[in-house]
Design a protein around this ligand. Structure first.
Ligand code: GCO
Ligand code: MN
Ligand code: MN
Length: 389
């Protein structure tokens, strides 16, 4: 085993999708720039760079029109490759966006046959994942959205989505699959406006399901950033609600195209707060990198990309420990929670506490005059990140 402090190890639970390291570099303006590696070759690549897990959409592994015999052979070879290279399959999902049948969405599409096909396809992906040992089923809606809101009432779409998810929860229970579903929000791609555009929207939706205990979220850095939001806040709300079932790590500059950059590539400080949060609270799930290499890269560059994601995570984890232990940071934090004047606590409501609180006279000017030293705190953070502390 490597003595490199930033070398990935299985306990870090770093995973990649077949579609991430397998991304051939096609974009709307250009053809693929890399050879298309087979799933077995991708597993070997992930084993070589030191990943723990490999995730997949049904059709990343099994072509949509494969026969049952082809499917079984492909799955057998893939399982063997995972065993040979020491990889697990923690998560699977279903592709409900590539095939033209899904051009109006899947679970929310207007055509009942498309909705039925979507549920059928999701069941097949669940069967596949169960065979591979996956316990997390991610649902990124893909084309669940609109270009023109004339096509359906948005609340009808919400009801259709609920109906499909309730069905699939029952399917998991009936088969003893033990899945936990992780809903992944993305605001505005590949359609103009996507339903459930933020992690917060899904957190509001989950309690309306028949089995809310089986359903959580899969926040993604890029999706929160493209909406101009703070990923760590979304993750923290999910965590606090017991709903952080999975996470998609990558990077993205606000207002740009869907960049899917290497974790920490665009905004290392935001990545730092995110890693610090996950490590501070003891998040024990997979750290999944949903990103791909620059289009300038070949297969060696893809390995650099994958190693970079994991290495940056581990460097930021070490920086977080350094931040937590820094005496100046600690002194600042200790001071922040101190009350500067006597005041009744809020606590649980009672008529007496309410009366005491209403009767208290605060020195509001003194509260407003307090200096908080967040400039110093943030500069200390910057110096830790830049390696001079
Ligand atoms: C995207 C999404 C996808 C999903 C994946 C798994 O922006 O295209 O992030 O990569 O995460 O389909 O559901
Ligand atoms: Mn994404
Ligand atoms: Mn994603």
């Amino acid at each position: 085993m490597s003595d490199d402090a930033y070398a990935p190890r299985p306990e870090h639970k770093f995973s990649f999708g077949l579609w991430t390291v397998g991304n051939p570099g096609r974009d709307p303006f250009g053809e693929p720039v890399r050879p298309r590696l087979t799933p077995v070759e991708l597993v070997a690549l992930l084993g070589e760079v030191g990943a723990w897990g490999v995730n997949l959409h049904d059709n990343d592994l099994v072509p949509i029109d494969a026969t049952a015999a082809e499917r079984d052979r492909i799955v057998r070879d893939f399982r063997q490759a995972c065993a040979d290279h020491g990889l697990v399959v923690p998560m699977v999902t279903t592709n409900l966006f590539t095939d033209p049948a899904f051009k109006d969405g899947a679970f929310t599409a207007n055509d009942p046959a498309v909705r039925a096909l979507s549920v059928q396809k999701a069941m097949g992906a669940m069967d596949l994942g169960a065979e591979l040992g996956a316990k997390i089923f991610v649902m990124w809606g893909g084309r669940e959205g609109t270009e023109t809101d004339g096509c359906r009432r948005p609340d009808v779409a919400v009801r259709r989505f609920r109906e499909a998810l309730n069905f699939l929860c029952e399917y998991s229970i009936a088969n003893g699959y033990g899945y936990r579903f992780a809903l992944e929000a993305k605001p505005n791609e590949p359609r103009s406006d996507i339903y459930f555009a933020t992690t917060g929207a899904y957190l509001g939706f989950i309690p309306t399901l028949d089995h809310p205990e089986l359903v959580g979220v899969n926040p993604e850095v890029a999706h929160e950033h493209m909406a101009g939001l703070n990923m760590t806040h979304a993750v923290a709300q999910a965590w606090e609600a017991g709903k952080l079932f999975h996470i998609d790590l990558n990077d993205q500059v606000i207002g740009r195209y869907d960049q899917d950059f290497r974790f920490g590539a665009a905004n290392p400080k935001a990545a730092f707060w995110l890693v610090k949060f996950l490590e501070d609270v003891g998040y024990a799930g997979p750290r999944h990198f949903d990103a791909h290499a620059y289009r300038t890269e070949g297969v060696e560059g893809v390995k650099d990309f994958a190693r970079g994601c994991m290495r940056t995570y581990l460097i930021l984890k070490e920086k977080a420990a350094r931040w937590n232990a820094d005496p100046d940071v600690r002194a600042l934090l200790a001071g922040l929670a101190e009350a500067t004047q006597a005041a009744p606590g809020v606590g649980a409501f009672s008529p007496d506490t309410a009366a005491a609180l209403k009767g208290h006279r605060f020195d509001r000017a003194a509260l407003g005059g307090r200096e908080l030293a967040y400039e110093r705190l943030d500069q200390l953070t910057t110096e830790i990140l830049l390696g001079v502390r």
